[in-house]
Design a protein. Structure first.
Length: 258
């Protein structure tokens, strides 16, 4: 089997970085993408050093209407194929459902739903023609257990989950799978931003809310990005060829629904 190529969104930090590392360690060529050049280049350099694999950086804004075609063209010109697509984007600013303005909804819609769908629309037929492909949406466990102060994430990632379910049926017979990975509380900068916002609103200290949030998880702690990345790497593998159209929640047991 020739080496496959993975494109990982939000690859400069957090879950995206960890996913890129796991994919590189499992033998993929990896392109990390995001909106800021310096963090991406630094991440790509660190990943090359830690994994010994080919890792490149591509500055690309998923909310830009032209970004999807530009990204696919760039990857295919350099590597021939795009075999694994990890659609991971930073969460929108925290806010309750009635406090989110129209502009905020539009920005979040472009970033979390429309941008990823543009990419999926381009790459899925190409993957099917080659007989292999993996599309992974990194969403949130808040889709299954909504958090009131993460309204845009809950609403739009619920839409992403529905879209992934529909996409999963399109090319399943051609060796292509589409799945969601739904992280719970994970030790990233995003979690810190959410807890900082709650601390301001509730007039409490960060440490207090951090401890309370961890205590609400049966595992007693926030997850590590590499624990999310391990699931991403599995779903991207040959071994996961019969896992399709599902949501794998990685949250230490916090989600209470069956």
């Amino acid at each position: 089997m020739s080496k496959r190529t993975a494109l990982v969104g939000g690859g400069s930090a957090g879950i995206g970085y960890a996913a890129a590392e796991q994919l590189a360690l499992s033998g993929h060529r990896v392109v990390v993408t995001g909106r800021r050049a310096h963090p991406l280049e630094s991440a790509a350099s660190a990943l090359r050093e830690s994994t010994g694999s080919v890792v490149e950086a591509l500055v690309n804004d998923m909310s830009d209407p032209d970004a999807a075609a530009a990204a696919v063209t760039w990857v295919e010109e350099r590597h021939g194929t795009l075999d694994v697509l990890v659609l991971n984007a930073g969460g929108p600013p925290p806010g309750r459902i009635l406090d989110v303005g129209d502009d905020q909804w539009q920005q979040a819609y472009d970033l979390l739903l429309l941008g990823p769908l543009r990419l999926a629309r381009l790459v899925l037929p190409r993957m099917a023609a080659r007989g292999f492909g993996r599309v992974l949406f990194v969403t949130s466990s808040a889709v299954r257990q909504p958090q009131p102060d993460l309204a845009t994430s809950v609403v739009l990632r619920s839409a992403v989950t529905a879209a992934a379910k529909l996409l999963a049926r399109e090319f399943a017979a051609e060796g292509v799978t589409v799945n969601c990975v739904a992280p719970g509380a994970t030790a990233t900068e995003r979690r810190r931003q959410v807890l900082d916002n709650r601390a301001r609103l509730e007039g409490k200290g960060y440490a207090e809310l951090d401890a309370a949030d961890a205590a609400a998880v049966p595992a007693g702690r926030a997850g590590r990005p590499e624990e999310i990345a391990a699931v991403v790497a599995f779903l991207a593998s040959e071994a996961a060829g019969y896992v399709n159209g599902t949501v794998i929640t990685v949250d230490g047991g916090r989600t209470e629904t069956i």
